[in-house]
Design a protein around this ligand. Sequence first.
Ligand SMILES: [Zn+2]
Length: 86
Amino acid sequence: MPSPDGMLSTEERQRIADAMQTRFTNAICPWCSSPNWEVGLVMATTTPVGPGGTTNLNGKIMPQVTLVSPCGYIASFSAAMMGITI
Ligand SMILES: [Zn+2]
């Protein structure tokens, strides 16, 4: 579980890196073609859409972890699928 400010621990970041290496052996950035990705420092989320297209701040969230390419491109993945729970 990430810390209250959303920071992932070193162990969690390693778990994500291991999961990604198992799933994707040749992950190339679609923008700069680099194979070098860094696991993002924090867990991110999307929020559900509320009535009339508003942001539903009381709804469920979709926790995500990120990989960051050297060019700055960010790829998001389901935290649960990477073994990270909240
Ligand atoms: Zn890139």
